[in-house]
Write a protein that binds this ligand. Structure first.
Ligand SMILES: [Zn+2]
Length: 429
Protein backbone atom coordinates (compact mmCIF):
# COMPACT_ATOMS: atom_id res chain seq x y z
CA UNK A 1 0.00 0.00 0.00
CA UNK A 2 1.59 3.24 -1.18
CA UNK A 3 1.10 7.00 -1.34
CA UNK A 4 0.92 8.97 -4.57
CA UNK A 5 -0.27 12.38 -5.75
CA UNK A 6 -1.41 12.47 -9.38
CA UNK A 7 -1.48 16.10 -10.49
CA UNK A 8 -3.45 17.54 -13.42
CA UNK A 9 -5.51 14.45 -14.17
CA UNK A 10 -7.95 14.80 -17.07
CA UNK A 11 -11.23 13.28 -15.88
CA UNK A 12 -13.56 11.10 -17.97
CA UNK A 13 -16.48 13.46 -17.37
CA UNK A 14 -14.35 16.51 -18.22
CA UNK A 15 -12.26 18.89 -16.11
CA UNK A 16 -8.83 18.59 -14.51
CA UNK A 17 -8.20 17.42 -10.93
CA UNK A 18 -5.50 16.25 -8.60
CA UNK A 19 -5.90 12.78 -7.09
CA UNK A 20 -4.31 12.02 -3.73
CA UNK A 21 -3.72 8.38 -2.76
CA UNK A 22 -2.73 7.50 0.80
CA UNK A 23 -2.05 3.96 1.97
CA UNK A 24 -3.36 2.61 -1.32
CA UNK A 25 -6.74 4.38 -1.04
CA UNK A 26 -7.94 7.57 -2.76
CA UNK A 27 -7.93 10.15 0.05
CA UNK A 28 -8.95 13.23 -1.92
CA UNK A 29 -9.89 14.43 -5.41
CA UNK A 30 -9.89 18.16 -6.06
CA UNK A 31 -8.81 20.97 -8.40
CA UNK A 32 -5.55 21.63 -6.52
CA UNK A 33 -4.25 19.57 -3.64
CA UNK A 34 -1.47 21.22 -1.64
CA UNK A 35 0.35 20.38 1.53
CA UNK A 36 1.92 17.01 0.80
CA UNK A 37 5.26 16.47 2.51
CA UNK A 38 8.58 16.96 0.73
CA UNK A 39 9.54 13.68 -0.89
CA UNK A 40 5.89 12.58 -1.29
CA UNK A 41 5.67 10.67 -4.62
CA UNK A 42 4.10 12.83 -7.35
CA UNK A 43 3.19 12.19 -11.01
CA UNK A 44 2.10 15.02 -13.30
CA UNK A 45 -0.50 13.73 -15.78
CA UNK A 46 -0.22 17.09 -17.61
CA UNK A 47 -3.95 17.05 -18.40
CA UNK A 48 -3.95 13.63 -20.05
CA UNK A 49 -6.95 11.38 -19.39
CA UNK A 50 -6.90 9.43 -16.13
CA UNK A 51 -9.33 6.55 -15.74
CA UNK A 52 -10.07 3.81 -13.25
CA UNK A 53 -8.43 0.60 -14.55
CA UNK A 54 -9.91 -1.38 -17.40
CA UNK A 55 -11.93 -4.46 -16.43
CA UNK A 56 -12.20 -7.51 -18.67
CA UNK A 57 -15.41 -9.25 -17.63
CA UNK A 58 -15.14 -12.15 -20.09
CA UNK A 59 -11.91 -13.98 -20.78
CA UNK A 60 -10.46 -17.49 -21.14
CA UNK A 61 -7.17 -17.43 -19.30
CA UNK A 62 -6.70 -21.21 -19.47
CA UNK A 63 -6.71 -21.21 -23.30
CA UNK A 64 -4.83 -17.98 -23.90
CA UNK A 65 -1.56 -17.86 -25.88
CA UNK A 66 -2.07 -21.44 -27.07
CA UNK A 67 -2.55 -20.37 -30.70
CA UNK A 68 -1.17 -23.02 -33.05
CA UNK A 69 -1.21 -25.77 -30.42
CA UNK A 70 -1.51 -28.47 -31.61
CA UNK A 71 -2.53 -26.83 -34.93
CA UNK A 72 -4.21 -23.63 -36.09
CA UNK A 73 -7.97 -23.23 -36.57
CA UNK A 74 -8.20 -23.34 -40.37
CA UNK A 75 -11.90 -22.60 -40.74
CA UNK A 76 -11.84 -19.95 -38.03
CA UNK A 77 -15.18 -21.19 -36.69
CA UNK A 78 -16.41 -21.57 -33.11
CA UNK A 79 -17.00 -25.29 -33.52
CA UNK A 80 -13.52 -26.01 -34.93
CA UNK A 81 -12.15 -23.94 -32.02
CA UNK A 82 -14.01 -26.12 -29.49
CA UNK A 83 -12.77 -29.26 -31.32
CA UNK A 84 -9.20 -27.96 -31.38
CA UNK A 85 -9.31 -27.13 -27.65
CA UNK A 86 -10.49 -30.72 -27.12
CA UNK A 87 -7.43 -31.98 -29.05
CA UNK A 88 -5.12 -29.82 -26.94
CA UNK A 89 -6.59 -30.78 -23.55
CA UNK A 90 -4.85 -34.18 -23.18
CA UNK A 91 -1.48 -32.41 -23.65
CA UNK A 92 -2.02 -29.64 -21.09
CA UNK A 93 0.10 -29.40 -17.97
CA UNK A 94 -0.38 -27.15 -14.94
CA UNK A 95 3.07 -25.62 -15.44
CA UNK A 96 2.45 -24.71 -19.10
CA UNK A 97 -0.98 -23.26 -18.31
CA UNK A 98 0.41 -21.15 -15.48
CA UNK A 99 3.32 -19.92 -17.61
CA UNK A 100 1.09 -18.83 -20.50
CA UNK A 101 -1.42 -17.19 -18.15
CA UNK A 102 1.29 -15.24 -16.32
CA UNK A 103 2.61 -13.95 -19.65
CA UNK A 104 -0.89 -12.76 -20.49
CA UNK A 105 -1.13 -11.08 -17.06
CA UNK A 106 1.96 -9.02 -17.88
CA UNK A 107 0.28 -7.87 -21.10
CA UNK A 108 -2.91 -7.05 -19.15
CA UNK A 109 -1.06 -4.91 -16.62
CA UNK A 110 0.83 -3.08 -19.39
CA UNK A 111 -2.56 -2.32 -21.00
CA UNK A 112 -4.03 -1.10 -17.69
CA UNK A 113 -6.42 -4.03 -17.18
CA UNK A 114 -6.40 -4.79 -13.46
CA UNK A 115 -9.53 -6.91 -13.05
CA UNK A 116 -10.40 -10.02 -15.08
CA UNK A 117 -13.27 -12.51 -14.93
CA UNK A 118 -12.00 -15.69 -16.56
CA UNK A 119 -14.01 -18.75 -17.48
CA UNK A 120 -12.16 -21.95 -16.63
CA UNK A 121 -12.94 -25.22 -18.37
CA UNK A 122 -13.97 -27.81 -15.77
CA UNK A 123 -15.04 -30.52 -18.26
CA UNK A 124 -12.20 -32.90 -17.41
CA UNK A 125 -12.33 -34.66 -14.02
CA UNK A 126 -8.66 -33.82 -13.33
CA UNK A 127 -9.63 -30.10 -13.01
CA UNK A 128 -6.16 -29.24 -14.22
CA UNK A 129 -7.14 -25.86 -15.63
CA UNK A 130 -8.90 -24.88 -12.39
CA UNK A 131 -5.83 -25.85 -10.38
CA UNK A 132 -3.58 -23.79 -12.67
CA UNK A 133 -5.84 -20.71 -12.77
CA UNK A 134 -6.24 -20.71 -8.98
CA UNK A 135 -2.45 -20.65 -8.76
CA UNK A 136 -2.30 -17.71 -11.20
CA UNK A 137 -4.99 -15.89 -9.21
CA UNK A 138 -2.95 -16.38 -6.04
CA UNK A 139 0.31 -15.19 -7.62
CA UNK A 140 -1.25 -12.14 -9.31
CA UNK A 141 -3.46 -11.06 -6.37
CA UNK A 142 -1.30 -7.98 -5.58
CA UNK A 143 -1.85 -6.69 -9.14
CA UNK A 144 -5.03 -8.12 -10.69
CA UNK A 145 -8.44 -8.89 -9.19
CA UNK A 146 -9.43 -12.25 -10.65
CA UNK A 147 -12.80 -13.95 -10.67
CA UNK A 148 -12.86 -17.51 -11.96
CA UNK A 149 -15.98 -19.03 -13.51
CA UNK A 150 -16.60 -22.80 -13.42
CA UNK A 151 -17.28 -23.31 -17.13
CA UNK A 152 -18.55 -26.69 -18.40
CA UNK A 153 -17.17 -26.13 -21.93
CA UNK A 154 -18.37 -29.51 -23.24
CA UNK A 155 -21.87 -29.10 -21.77
CA UNK A 156 -23.12 -29.68 -18.21
CA UNK A 157 -25.44 -32.53 -19.27
CA UNK A 158 -23.78 -33.44 -22.56
CA UNK A 159 -20.48 -34.18 -20.80
CA UNK A 160 -21.97 -35.02 -17.37
CA UNK A 161 -19.93 -32.26 -15.70
CA UNK A 162 -21.92 -31.40 -12.55
CA UNK A 163 -19.63 -33.36 -10.24
CA UNK A 164 -16.56 -31.60 -11.72
CA UNK A 165 -18.26 -28.24 -11.35
CA UNK A 166 -19.09 -28.80 -7.69
CA UNK A 167 -15.52 -29.91 -6.95
CA UNK A 168 -14.15 -26.82 -8.76
CA UNK A 169 -16.32 -24.63 -6.52
CA UNK A 170 -14.99 -26.46 -3.47
CA UNK A 171 -11.43 -25.69 -4.67
CA UNK A 172 -12.25 -21.97 -4.68
CA UNK A 173 -13.60 -21.17 -8.15
CA UNK A 174 -15.92 -18.18 -7.63
CA UNK A 175 -18.74 -18.03 -10.20
CA UNK A 176 -21.18 -20.50 -11.85
CA UNK A 177 -20.85 -20.81 -15.64
CA UNK A 178 -22.81 -22.70 -18.28
CA UNK A 179 -23.26 -23.24 -22.03
CA UNK A 180 -26.95 -24.14 -22.56
CA UNK A 181 -26.90 -23.73 -26.37
CA UNK A 182 -24.21 -26.45 -26.59
CA UNK A 183 -26.34 -29.07 -24.78
CA UNK A 184 -27.89 -31.76 -27.01
CA UNK A 185 -31.42 -30.33 -27.10
CA UNK A 186 -33.26 -27.13 -26.28
CA UNK A 187 -34.85 -29.00 -23.34
CA UNK A 188 -31.43 -30.05 -21.98
CA UNK A 189 -30.21 -26.47 -22.38
CA UNK A 190 -33.13 -25.14 -20.37
CA UNK A 191 -32.66 -27.88 -17.75
CA UNK A 192 -28.94 -26.99 -17.41
CA UNK A 193 -29.89 -23.36 -16.74
CA UNK A 194 -32.28 -24.43 -13.96
CA UNK A 195 -29.73 -26.78 -12.37
CA UNK A 196 -26.87 -24.25 -12.47
CA UNK A 197 -28.94 -21.34 -11.16
CA UNK A 198 -30.15 -23.51 -8.27
CA UNK A 199 -26.53 -24.31 -7.32
CA UNK A 200 -25.73 -20.58 -7.45
CA UNK A 201 -28.73 -19.69 -5.28
CA UNK A 202 -27.83 -22.44 -2.83
CA UNK A 203 -24.21 -21.31 -2.53
CA UNK A 204 -24.82 -17.56 -2.82
CA UNK A 205 -22.66 -17.26 -5.96
CA UNK A 206 -22.82 -15.05 -9.04
CA UNK A 207 -23.75 -16.61 -12.41
CA UNK A 208 -22.21 -15.91 -15.83
CA UNK A 209 -23.22 -18.24 -18.65
CA UNK A 210 -22.11 -18.44 -22.24
CA UNK A 211 -25.65 -18.11 -23.51
CA UNK A 212 -27.02 -18.39 -27.05
CA UNK A 213 -23.63 -17.92 -28.74
CA UNK A 214 -25.33 -18.83 -31.99
CA UNK A 215 -26.91 -17.26 -35.08
CA UNK A 216 -29.98 -19.45 -34.53
CA UNK A 217 -32.84 -17.06 -33.71
CA UNK A 218 -34.60 -19.91 -31.91
CA UNK A 219 -31.76 -20.23 -29.39
CA UNK A 220 -33.69 -18.62 -26.52
CA UNK A 221 -31.92 -19.80 -23.38
CA UNK A 222 -31.61 -16.20 -22.21
CA UNK A 223 -35.36 -16.45 -21.58
CA UNK A 224 -34.76 -19.37 -19.17
CA UNK A 225 -31.84 -17.52 -17.59
CA UNK A 226 -34.02 -14.46 -16.90
CA UNK A 227 -36.86 -16.66 -15.60
CA UNK A 228 -34.64 -18.60 -13.20
CA UNK A 229 -32.97 -15.41 -11.98
CA UNK A 230 -36.35 -13.94 -11.05
CA UNK A 231 -37.70 -17.20 -9.61
CA UNK A 232 -34.69 -17.62 -7.33
CA UNK A 233 -34.48 -13.94 -6.31
CA UNK A 234 -31.02 -13.46 -7.83
CA UNK A 235 -31.73 -10.15 -9.56
CA UNK A 236 -28.53 -8.23 -10.33
CA UNK A 237 -26.35 -11.31 -9.79
CA UNK A 238 -26.69 -13.08 -13.16
CA UNK A 239 -25.02 -12.36 -16.51
CA UNK A 240 -25.69 -13.60 -20.02
CA UNK A 241 -22.45 -13.64 -22.01
CA UNK A 242 -22.52 -13.32 -25.81
CA UNK A 243 -26.33 -13.51 -26.38
CA UNK A 244 -25.53 -13.36 -30.10
CA UNK A 245 -28.77 -15.10 -31.16
CA UNK A 246 -30.54 -11.86 -30.13
CA UNK A 247 -28.98 -10.32 -33.26
CA UNK A 248 -31.02 -12.70 -35.42
CA UNK A 249 -34.22 -12.92 -33.36
CA UNK A 250 -37.58 -11.67 -34.52
CA UNK A 251 -38.14 -8.07 -33.38
CA UNK A 252 -41.53 -8.89 -31.89
CA UNK A 253 -40.05 -11.59 -29.69
CA UNK A 254 -37.23 -9.26 -28.57
CA UNK A 255 -39.85 -6.71 -27.52
CA UNK A 256 -41.11 -9.34 -25.05
CA UNK A 257 -37.64 -10.56 -24.05
CA UNK A 258 -36.02 -7.23 -23.08
CA UNK A 259 -38.57 -6.49 -20.30
CA UNK A 260 -38.02 -10.02 -18.93
CA UNK A 261 -34.27 -9.36 -18.86
CA UNK A 262 -34.91 -6.01 -17.15
CA UNK A 263 -37.17 -7.65 -14.58
CA UNK A 264 -34.33 -10.08 -13.77
CA UNK A 265 -31.77 -7.22 -13.76
CA UNK A 266 -29.75 -9.46 -16.04
CA UNK A 267 -26.35 -8.11 -17.09
CA UNK A 268 -25.04 -8.54 -20.61
CA UNK A 269 -21.49 -9.10 -21.81
CA UNK A 270 -20.89 -8.81 -25.55
CA UNK A 271 -17.52 -9.84 -26.94
CA UNK A 272 -17.18 -7.69 -30.08
CA UNK A 273 -13.81 -8.95 -31.40
CA UNK A 274 -14.94 -12.54 -31.20
CA UNK A 275 -18.60 -12.07 -32.16
CA UNK A 276 -17.71 -10.19 -35.36
CA UNK A 277 -15.27 -12.93 -36.41
CA UNK A 278 -17.17 -16.08 -35.32
CA UNK A 279 -20.82 -15.25 -36.05
CA UNK A 280 -22.46 -15.18 -39.46
CA UNK A 281 -20.19 -17.97 -40.67
CA UNK A 282 -23.03 -19.87 -42.37
CA UNK A 283 -24.18 -16.74 -44.19
CA UNK A 284 -23.22 -15.86 -47.74
CA UNK A 285 -24.40 -12.28 -48.35
CA UNK A 286 -25.85 -10.30 -46.69
CA UNK A 287 -23.67 -11.51 -43.80
CA UNK A 288 -24.90 -10.87 -40.25
CA UNK A 289 -22.66 -9.10 -37.72
CA UNK A 290 -23.88 -11.40 -34.96
CA UNK A 291 -23.20 -9.16 -31.95
CA UNK A 292 -26.06 -8.84 -29.48
CA UNK A 293 -28.34 -5.77 -29.47
CA UNK A 294 -26.23 -3.46 -27.33
CA UNK A 295 -27.93 -0.05 -27.85
CA UNK A 296 -31.37 -1.59 -27.29
CA UNK A 297 -30.17 -3.36 -24.12
CA UNK A 298 -28.72 -0.10 -22.78
CA UNK A 299 -32.00 1.67 -23.60
CA UNK A 300 -33.85 -1.07 -21.70
CA UNK A 301 -31.80 -0.24 -18.59
CA UNK A 302 -29.53 -3.29 -18.62
CA UNK A 303 -25.87 -3.12 -17.58
CA UNK A 304 -23.81 -3.95 -20.67
CA UNK A 305 -20.08 -4.68 -20.74
CA UNK A 306 -17.66 -5.65 -23.50
CA UNK A 307 -15.24 -8.55 -22.93
CA UNK A 308 -12.05 -9.51 -24.77
CA UNK A 309 -12.90 -13.25 -24.59
CA UNK A 310 -9.79 -14.55 -26.36
CA UNK A 311 -6.16 -13.63 -27.06
CA UNK A 312 -4.19 -15.92 -29.38
CA UNK A 313 -6.10 -19.13 -28.68
CA UNK A 314 -8.02 -21.78 -30.67
CA UNK A 315 -10.82 -19.26 -31.37
CA UNK A 316 -8.91 -16.06 -32.13
CA UNK A 317 -5.37 -15.63 -33.48
CA UNK A 318 -4.99 -11.94 -32.59
CA UNK A 319 -5.18 -9.51 -29.66
CA UNK A 320 -2.91 -8.17 -26.92
CA UNK A 321 -5.51 -7.81 -24.15
CA UNK A 322 -6.18 -4.15 -24.91
CA UNK A 323 -9.68 -3.28 -23.67
CA UNK A 324 -9.65 -0.10 -25.76
CA UNK A 325 -9.37 -2.26 -28.88
CA UNK A 326 -12.42 -4.16 -27.59
CA UNK A 327 -14.37 -0.94 -26.92
CA UNK A 328 -13.45 0.42 -30.34
CA UNK A 329 -14.64 -2.75 -32.09
CA UNK A 330 -17.89 -2.75 -30.06
CA UNK A 331 -18.48 0.87 -31.03
CA UNK A 332 -18.05 0.07 -34.71
CA UNK A 333 -20.07 -3.15 -34.79
CA UNK A 334 -22.98 -1.58 -32.87
CA UNK A 335 -22.69 1.69 -34.84
CA UNK A 336 -22.45 3.67 -31.58
CA UNK A 337 -20.77 6.80 -32.92
CA UNK A 338 -22.83 9.40 -31.02
CA UNK A 339 -20.88 11.19 -28.26
CA UNK A 340 -22.99 9.70 -25.47
CA UNK A 341 -22.81 6.28 -27.14
CA UNK A 342 -19.00 6.47 -27.35
CA UNK A 343 -18.95 7.18 -23.61
CA UNK A 344 -21.18 4.10 -23.14
CA UNK A 345 -18.53 2.05 -24.99
CA UNK A 346 -15.80 3.36 -22.66
CA UNK A 347 -18.02 2.54 -19.65
CA UNK A 348 -18.44 -0.96 -21.13
CA UNK A 349 -14.77 -1.72 -20.38
CA UNK A 350 -14.53 0.19 -17.07
CA UNK A 351 -17.46 0.93 -14.72
CA UNK A 352 -20.04 -1.47 -16.18
CA UNK A 353 -17.93 -4.64 -15.90
CA UNK A 354 -16.83 -3.50 -12.43
CA UNK A 355 -20.51 -3.44 -11.49
CA UNK A 356 -21.11 -6.86 -13.06
CA UNK A 357 -18.18 -8.34 -11.12
CA UNK A 358 -19.41 -6.62 -7.92
CA UNK A 359 -15.90 -5.19 -7.52
CA UNK A 360 -15.68 -3.31 -4.23
CA UNK A 361 -14.29 0.25 -4.05
CA UNK A 362 -13.82 0.66 -7.82
CA UNK A 363 -13.61 4.19 -9.25
CA UNK A 364 -11.82 7.50 -8.90
CA UNK A 365 -13.72 8.88 -5.92
CA UNK A 366 -12.56 9.42 -2.35
CA UNK A 367 -12.51 6.08 -0.56
CA UNK A 368 -11.98 4.00 -3.72
CA UNK A 369 -8.93 1.81 -4.27
CA UNK A 370 -5.89 3.80 -5.41
CA UNK A 371 -5.92 2.17 -8.84
CA UNK A 372 -5.79 4.19 -12.06
CA UNK A 373 -4.39 4.46 -15.57
CA UNK A 374 -2.96 7.57 -17.26
CA UNK A 375 -3.60 7.47 -21.03
CA UNK A 376 -1.85 9.55 -23.67
CA UNK A 377 -5.22 10.96 -24.69
CA UNK A 378 -7.07 14.19 -24.01
CA UNK A 379 -10.50 12.64 -23.59
CA UNK A 380 -12.55 9.47 -24.00
CA UNK A 381 -12.96 9.91 -27.77
CA UNK A 382 -9.18 10.27 -28.15
CA UNK A 383 -8.75 7.09 -26.10
CA UNK A 384 -11.17 5.11 -28.28
CA UNK A 385 -9.73 6.53 -31.48
CA UNK A 386 -6.03 6.11 -30.72
CA UNK A 387 -5.88 3.21 -28.24
CA UNK A 388 -2.94 5.22 -26.92
CA UNK A 389 0.06 4.53 -24.69
CA UNK A 390 -0.74 3.73 -21.06
CA UNK A 391 1.71 6.28 -19.61
CA UNK A 392 1.35 4.92 -16.09
CA UNK A 393 -0.61 2.11 -14.46
CA UNK A 394 -1.13 2.49 -10.72
CA UNK A 395 -2.24 -0.24 -8.32
CA UNK A 396 -2.99 0.68 -4.68
CA UNK A 397 -0.93 3.85 -5.04
CA UNK A 398 2.09 2.14 -6.58
CA UNK A 399 3.21 2.67 -10.18
CA UNK A 400 3.47 -0.85 -11.63
CA UNK A 401 3.87 -0.06 -15.35
CA UNK A 402 5.05 2.91 -17.39
CA UNK A 403 5.30 3.67 -21.11
CA UNK A 404 6.92 6.75 -22.68
CA UNK A 405 4.62 9.13 -24.53
CA UNK A 406 4.61 8.49 -28.28
CA UNK A 407 5.62 11.54 -30.35
CA UNK A 408 6.21 11.61 -34.09
CA UNK A 409 8.93 13.93 -35.42
CA UNK A 410 8.37 14.89 -39.05
CA UNK A 411 10.66 16.80 -41.41
CA UNK A 412 8.56 18.56 -44.05
CA UNK A 413 10.04 21.14 -46.42
CA UNK A 414 13.06 21.34 -44.11
CA UNK A 415 10.82 22.21 -41.14
CA UNK A 416 10.64 20.08 -37.98
CA UNK A 417 7.06 19.30 -37.01
CA UNK A 418 5.88 17.18 -34.11
CA UNK A 419 2.53 15.44 -33.60
CA UNK A 420 1.12 12.95 -31.11
CA UNK A 421 -2.13 12.38 -33.07
CA UNK A 422 -4.23 13.62 -30.13
CA UNK A 423 -6.94 16.24 -30.44
CA UNK A 424 -4.44 18.88 -29.23
CA UNK A 425 -3.43 19.11 -32.89
CA UNK A 426 -6.89 20.24 -33.95
CA UNK A 427 -7.20 23.95 -34.72
CA UNK A 428 -10.72 24.25 -33.29
CA UNK A 429 -9.66 23.17 -29.79
ZN1 LIG B 1 -16.12 -17.10 -23.78
Amino acid sequence: MSDLLVKNAGLVGGGISDILIKNGVIADVGPKIYGVAIGFPVIDATGYLVTAPFVDSHFHLDATLSYGLPRVNQSGTLLEGIKLWGELKPHLTVDALVERALTLCRWSIARGTLAIRSHVDISHPNLLAAEAMLEVKRQMAPYIDFQLVAFPQDGLLRADSMDNLMRALDLGVDVIGGIPHFERTMEDGARSVVMLCEVAADRGLLVDMHCDESDDPMSRHVESLARETTRLGMQGRVTGSHLTSMHSMDNYYVSKLLPLMREAELSVIANPLINITLQGRHDTYPKRRGMTRVPEQIAAGLTVAFGHDCVMDPWYPLGSHDMLEVASMGLHVAQMTGIEQMHHCFDAVTHNPAKILHLPDYGLHKGCNGDLVILQANDVVDALRLKPARLAVVRRGKVISTTPAVKYDLTLDGQQVQTDLTSTDLVWR
